[in-house]
Design a binder for this molecule. Sequence first.
Ligand SMILES: *Cc1c(COP(=O)(O)O)cnc(C)c1O
Length: 454
Amino acid sequence: MADDYSKVLLDESEMPTQWYNVIPDLPEPPPPPLHPGTHEPIGPDDLAPLFPMALIMQEVSTDSYIDIPGEVLDIYRLWRPTPLLRARRLEKALDTPARIFLKYEGGSPAGSHKPNTAVPQAFYNSQEGVTRLTTETGAGQWGSALAFATAQYGIECEVWQVRASYDQKPYRKTMMEIWGATVHPSPSNLTEAGRAVLAADPDSPGSLGIAISEAVEQAAPREDTRYALGSVLNHVLLHQTIIGEEALLQLAKVDETPDLLVGCTGGGSNFGGLSFPFLREKLAGRMNPTIRCVEPASCPSLTRGEYRYDFGDTGQLTPLVKMHTLGHTFVPDPIHAGGLRYHGMSPLISHIYELGLIEAESIHQTECFAAGLQFARSEGIVPAPEPTHAIAATIREALRCRESGEEKVILTALCGHGHLDLASYEQYLAGELVDYDYPEEKIAAAMAQVPVLS
Ligand SMILES: *Cc1c(COP(=O)(O)O)cnc(C)c1O
């Protein structure tokens, strides 16, 4: 390939047909989820009221590769393989010798990487006769991805959207409704969990932890209903590995090996999806990239959260999972505009971080929006606020390369576009976004609620 390309494409026939499970390649397996009552490791049956058995078996799988069902591949082909972009104009603007690659997931129907897991989740649920799925959504990306996916299988979809984003991002709700989903602001008075929060604080802006409780409460008792989660869990990260598998093939086409991978982390799914296939290569000694997570300074679960067993939701309905956490009752301040607001981090990412195989940093939101603007003005695409964290970290690194003269190859995921996040950009352009420090007192109060295991 000539060296003046601006993107690297794959043919449909080159699309990977298996997901990669990193767990068997790790030096130690991650700690198991525990039953909230007995504190004993849970078994597949404990999860059966929430998820179809095929996904539960993927959650605990020790197989290195899992075949992607043909029907899922057919739907993936609506937008996959996705392009690998070379950010030459940004490199030039930064006057850096670094070479910057971005795997662009914004071309999917929902505009992010989320449909990569929404589609198989809807598929396996439909195979097992489920006719209704409930879920939560924060910024609205996951709710729209699941609404799109359930529409492919005629499954009813009911979404609890965090109140702050329900009010700030009305078009995400419209998008979900276009695909046939029903959307409730969370906390709602439709569930016990929601009513309890509203009783304590009628103006609660909501949180992902609260919305998860509502969606789980609505799914568990009904035989026709299951629950779907858009991040955090092993099977979600598994489905996202198609991102990294494609990127490996694309970099090989242009004879490049990454020195640094950076990805934004909310629950860890786009980061895990991009990085795990590269971690496999690193563990096998075939390449040696540094792998780095980037999270918001106002919701720093990995860099500042404790690594211990906690609930995945505010209402304590989920199993206890060992993860970096700010406490399951933590409600991030609505002033934080950029998504990535979950109180915990994927247990698998947390474990890999504890093993020292990846690193993490946190960045304030105004630096992220500034990076998003610089990116849009040089490369054209308006990034979602979440990947601006990865872009800001990429720019930091590219500027370090300008000083040192290092020709680093940097790879990141541009995991979504920001066309429905313009209200946040509007605030930034009006000078209304401020940096919000580590919310020490709020986190201390939330950490005091985390169960102490003997
Ligand atoms: C949901 C979302 C995220 C955060 O979730 P992860 O599981 O950490 O990837 C990041 N970026 C975009 C565009 C999203 O939609």
